[in-house]
Design a protein around this ligand. Structure first.
Ligand SMILES: [Zn+2]
Length: 300
């Protein structure tokens, strides 16, 4: 199996910035330490190129990102200071999801050990998201592999608003988001299927809704490929999430999503998405566990 990482492309952030940049290398190290993976299972992806990015984003937005010509407002919405390394990291992270999608089509599953930048719209970014990796990868798979139907299963605690907007009115890509009703973004977009959960929702109620949402998604979309955004931020001790899932509940979530896709023979590309636990080691454990769960599903 192959896992794609881009944690070597770290962008410079001011001290006390709330984005956990160090999380990604530590997920990779934890997986290496698990003994389930070999060194050469981990690969640095190609950067997504302009043509690939432009299938999901408007060319003028891409050009302004590359040239560092965003307005102060646009920069503030993204939440990162501009740097060439911000551009490179964003390209690599999108490239990682794209590479994982290609790999999934031949091996059943693969993962980007970052990504899930679902708040990026066609012409703007927000919430630490510059380019929408799953949208870029979905468009690439339609173009390269001729896939007619793709599903995006977004289990991050925040709604996949950018993804919903990019694929609005597009029947070839089904967007499903299950998220906290009162979490960012405060103005939600319409996904093909949204499940909004109340503050404090716990494991059993979450999983009950997820199972139904997943069934409806697969019935309605009958996808040839799925993307799974396995956000660690529905966790009860997350600083940004308002739900109350335990680590065990999140492990059951991963098993439900990945097991359902495996049972139906649907390849899956996994992206990590958010995770901001008070003790960041909790987020790292939850993310790593997603990959270990996928590993137990074996090659298909
Ligand atoms: Zn999130």
């Amino acid at each position: 199996m192959t896992l794609f990482y881009s944690d070597v492309f770290v962008l410079p952030l001011p001290a006390h910035h709330r984005f956990p940049m160090g999380k990604y290398a530590r997920i990779r190290n934890r997986l290496l330490g698990s003994g389930e993976f070999a060194e050469d299972d981990f690969r640095v992806p190609e950067a997504a190129n302009d043509a690939e990015i432009s299938r999901a984003h408007c060319p003028s937005y891409l050009a302004r990102i590359v040239a560092g010509q965003l307005t102060a407002r646009e920069q503030r919405d993204i939440g990162f200071p501009w740097s060439e390394r911000m551009v490179e990291r964003s390209r690599r992270s999108s490239g990682a999801t794209l590479a994982a999608a290609r790999e999934a089509l031949t091996r059943g599953w693969s993962a980007n050990l970052a990504g899930g930048t679902h708040h990026a719209f066609r012409d703007r970014g927000e919430g630490f998201c510059v380019f929408n990796d799953c949208a870029i990868a979905a468009r690439a798979m339609q173009s390269e592999a001729g896939l007619a139907r793709i599903a995006i299963v977004d289990c991050d605690v925040h709604q996949g608003n950018g993804t919903a907007a990019i694929f609005a009115g597009d029947e070839s890509v089904f967007t499903f988001s299950i998220h906290g009703a009162r979490n960012f973004p405060f103005k939600k977009e319409a996904s093909d299927l949204d499940i909004e959960l109340a503050d404090g929702t716990g494991d059993d109620e979450y999983l009950w809704h997820l199972e139904r949402g997943l069934d409806e998604t697969l019935e309605r979309s009958r996808p040839h490929l799925a993307f799974y955004l396995a956000g660690a931020d529905p966790y009860e001790d997350d600083r940004l999430g308002r739900l109350k899932l335990t680590k065990h509940g999140l492990a059951r979530r991963d098993a439900l999503v990945l097991g359902t896709l495996a049972a139906r023979g649907i390849p899956v590309a996994i992206a990590m998405a958010g995770g901001y636990a008070r003790d960041i080691e909790d987020s790292i454990e939850i993310h790593a566990n997603t990959i270990l769960t996928a590993r137990t599903m074996g090659e298909r």
